[in-house]
Structure formats: C-alpha cells, structure tokens
Design a protein around this ligand. Structure first.
Ligand code: UMA
Ligand code: ADP
Length: 450
C-alpha cells in the first residue's frame, strides 16, 4: 500500500493523535502509521484522521520515499536500518516537542531527569496556580505538549522523557531542569553515556539552567544564567539545599531557612530536593520564593509515588508503584524512618540490583519478592535477611499482612510498620502500566481488610 503526503505521523497514541489534531487545524495533510495491526480506530482518531490515511502494521523502510518529514511518537524505537535510510535519503525526523517549539512560546519551563519529573512538574504547576498565574503542565505527564497550544498560558511546563528528547531537534525555553541522572531505559538508549547526552539536550537552548550540584552525572554548563540546588553547602554557590539544624532538615536558600521538613507533606529527603529544584525554577522566573515555599508545604504526594493510602493500627500501606528503577526504590527505603516490609519485583531492568543489598539490610525487616524476575532478584539480593519469594503480587500482599499481624500480636516495641510496594522493576510482566499495577495493589489491600 503506497500513499503520498509530505508528512508521516508514526504512532497513533496520545502523542500521534495530538499531532494529527494540530496538523488538521493547520490544514496540513499527513499519513498516520501504527505498528499495532489491530489498533482500535476510536472516535477520537476518526475526528482528526481520515481512515484511508491510516496504515497499520510493521514500519517498512520502503515508506521512507513517500514522505519528507516523520513525526515520531516517543514510544517508537526506530531501528538502525530505518534511521540509516532516513539519513541517506535526507529526510527529517522530529517530535511533537519540535512542533511545539516552532510556536515560540514564552515562559516555557522544561523538566527532565531519571526520577522526580512528574512530582516536580506537578509541584511547579501547583505553586504557579496558587500564586495566581495561568500555568499548565504537559508532555510526558500525560497531557500532550501540543494541547498546551490550544489555550494561552502564562507558563507552559513541559515534562520531557528521554524518549521524547531523543527525537527532538530543538527545544527553547526560559528554564530547564534535570532532576537527577541514574541509569534507566538502557535497553533503548544502549549506553549510559548516550542516555546522559540525551538528557542534556534540555539545556542547549535554555535561558536559565537549573543544576543539581550533588549529581555527578549532570555536566557543568557554560551558560551564564545558572541556578543550583543540591545537598552541598548552600552558602557556597547560593543554592537551594537541605541543611540540618538540631537534628531537623531545612530547605535553605543560601543561609536563609525556608521550610522545615516537619512542615512538608511529601515523604523523604529526595522530595525535599524536588522542592529545592522547584524553588530554583521559581527564582529563575523572578517570582517570590518565600510565598512559593509556603505553598509547597501543602503539596500532597502524586498518586503511585510514595502514596500513603491506608492505615490500620500501627500498619501503614504505601503505594510507590512508579518506583520502576533501583534508585527510586532506594529513595523510598531511605524516606521511611520506621520498620519496613518491602514488596519488590515485576520485570527486572538493566540495573544494578545488588546495590540494594546494603540499603535494604539496614531498614527492611522483611523483603517480599514477586513477579516474572523473582528468581533473578532473589539471587541478586541474597544478603538481605528474611526474604520470601511469592508467585504473585496478591500473594505478596497476603503474606506481608500476615507478617505485620504477627508482629502486632507479639507486641514487639514497634511503633509503626510500613508495608511498601516499591518494585524497582517495570510492571510489564503482568500489567499495562505502573498505574494499573498501583491501582490493583490498592484494590487488593483494601479487599484484605473488608
Ligand atoms: N507504537 C507503534 N510502534 C511502537 C511503539 C508504539 O506503532 O514500536 C504505537 C502504539 O501502538 C500506540 C502509539 O504508538 O498506538 C503509542 O505511542 P507511545 O508509546 O509513544 O505513547 P503515547 O500514547 O503517545 O504516550 C506518550 C508517552 N508514552 C511513552 O513515552 C511510552 C506518555 O508517557 C506521554 O504521557 C504521552 O506521550 C504524552 O506526551 C507515558 C510513559 O510511560 C506516561 N512515559 C515513560 C515514563 O514516564 O517512564 C517514558
Ligand atoms: P518520574 O516522572 O521521573 O518517573 P516521579 O515523580 O513520577 O518521577 O517519581 C517516580 C519514582 O521516583 C517514585 O517512586 C518517587 O517516589 C521517586 N522519586 C521522586 N523524586 C525522586 C528523586 N528526586 N530522587 C529519587 N527518586 C525520586
């Protein structure tokens, strides 16, 4: 089947549909491709795409000659041969973020990083709105970037994944932040160096760069407008940092205390760092950091991110299903001061799971492993005591509840017991997404107490 149009949309999910809508509005013709043979042609798709312009099935290299521009969805991992042919034929690859960029919006704030993107993005949106500004978050957070163009916002916040940045040629913005960089998605990006390079694209055309000065993977920038956050001495480079006074952590700006950890609803030091980075963005926008700090205190955990959703007696149940890599699970474990029963597992990634041995050994009283990679994970985590390998997440929940009840009956002097799902793995062995896994987890836990 051969159809010609200068533009090809690759992928007809959230991104592809938003691109189709955008092109239709601009009276531009296109052909849309999706590798899913049985892609349901929803009413939403029908609104923007003529059925005869949809081609389903494998992306063959012979389509390259039919188009000049390929707008690629982030989930599509184009193979080497396809990319080589595109280059050879001097065709253009771009992303929805490039299309957004072409509209030259003012006050665009870009956020990327291995962990914390969504928390930081939504916290920034929350603060800007409470400050009375018209602000909206889009991109990887779920609301497509191009939808932001449908209204006039004072501040456009873009959460950008490495998949989106990989396909993007240029993104200009007022401020850009990389929250942190640890290995993730290496099956797609191949090497950690390549992943680091992709993340740094965000700084290339930004007026301000917001730098995490405690992360060695974030490279020094020559940009004159730099703001810092991190846990080093905050007076050194006037950064937003965490400082301990009388056994309590405070967010400080230089030598000025802004927020005490006790006043923050989010759990853990990593979330204090997330707040620090948002305050640095607020500073780059020349807005009031004291007011912003006050507002930040009331921000609640985003669903599936260290979300305390149920407690019974001394037992807290916490859903951290979005912890899909080792580093986010480390943050979860370090965030909880009291005893932990940890539920970990799913589909293992190319990660160093062995580094969890020491961290879990100090804090986790029982480790319950589940999912497709359970055998592999139990071998990697062989120094942790009290490990139970289960056949399913449901069984893991039942077992952890029994362990908790036994402890309560024994009347040990435990004041609080936290049962956390923080899997350090992707959900794709059993679920369509981390959201589905988190929702299922919460449903099963609540059923146990019916
Ligand atoms: N498709 C193909 N071939 C492929 C892969 C996908 O044809 O090889 C098709 C699918 O059949 C589907 C469409 O492309 O029809 C899906 O496109 P997509 O996977 O690029 O996903 P979208 O629905 O466009 O959603 C994307 C982001 N998804 C991914 O990057 C995988 C969403 O992030 C984002 O919210 C949305 O764009 C709007 O910007 C989700 C995500 O999981 C939440 N992101 C990852 C993460 O946060 O870890 C990176
Ligand atoms: P992302 O959008 O980058 O995946 P999220 O805000 O959705 O980030 O959080 C994903 C996971 O990472 C959650 O388990 C969360 O508790 C954890 N997390 C959030 N911020 C950080 C951080 N700064 N460092 C390490 N882990 C974090």
């Amino acid at each position: 089947m051969k159809r010609n149009s200068s533009i090809a949309i690759l992928g007809l999910g959230v991104t592809g549909i938003s691109v189709a809508k955008y092109l239709k509005k601009n009276n531009q013709e296109f052909i849309a491709y999706d590798t899913r043979k049985n892609l349901p042609i929803t009413d939403e798709i029908k609104k923007y795409v003529n059925k005869k312009n949809i081609i389903l099935g494998n992306l063959e290299v012979n389509i390259i000659k039919n188009h000049d521009v390929f707008i690629v969805s982030p989930g599509i991992n184009l193979d080497k041969i396809f990319l080589k042919e595109i280059k050879k034929n001097k065709k253009i690859i771009k992303s929805d973020i490039d299309l957004f960029n072409e509209q030259n919006k003012k006050n665009v704030i870009c956020i990327t990083g291995s962990n914390g993107k969504t928390t930081v993005t939504l916290l920034l949106e929350y603060i800007l709105k409470k400050l009375g500004k018209k602000a909206k978050a889009g991109g990887n957070v779920g609301y497509p970037a191009l939808a932001l163009l449908e209204k006039e916002y004072e501040y456009n916040i873009l959460e950008l994944s490495s998949f989106q940045l990989e396909m993007t040629n240029k993104i200009s913005c007022k401020s850009a932040l990389i929250t942190n960089i640890t290995p993730d998605h290496l099956d797609r990006h191949k090497t950690f160096d390549n992943y680091i390079k992709i993340k740094h694209k965000i700084f290339e055309n930004s007026e301000y760069v917001i730098l995490n000065n405690s992360d060695k993977n974030i490279l020094p920038q020559t940009n004159p407008k730099k703001l810092f956050f991190g846990s080093k001495d905050p007076t050194q480079d006037n950064s937003f940092s965490i400082v301990e006074f009388n056994n309590k952590n405070f967010i400080c700006y230089g030598d000025r205390k802004l927020i005490c950890q006790d006043d923050v609803k989010l759990l853990g030091n990593h979330n204090l760092l997330n707040i620090c980075s948002v305050l640095a963005i607020i500073q780059s926008l020349n807005l009031n950091i004291d007011e912003a700090a006050n507002i930040a205190k009331n921000f609640q955990a985003v669903e599936h991110r260290l979300e305390k959703f149920y407690h019974k007696g001394i037992v807290n149940w916490i859903n951290d299903s979005k912890a899909t890599n080792v580093d986010s699970t480390i943050s979860a474990v370090l965030s909880i001061k009291q005893e932990i029963i940890l539920l970990l597992g799913g589909r293992a990634k190319e990660q160093n799971y062995s580094q969890l041995n020491t961290i879990l050994s100090g804090k986790v009283i029982n480790l319950i492993i589940f999912g497709e990679s359970r055998k592999y994970l139990s071998e990697k985590l062989s120094s942790v005591k009290n490990v139970t390998v289960t056949n399913s997440l449901e069984e893991a929940i039942k077992i952890s509840k029994e362990i908790a009840e036994k402890m309560v009956r024994k009347k040990t002097n435990i004041k609080e017991l936290n049962i956390i799902l923080s899997p350090a793995c992707s959900s794709f062995d059993k679920f369509l997404s981390y959201e589905e896994r988190g929702v299922y987890f919460k449903k099963c836990v609540l059923n146990e107490y019916r």
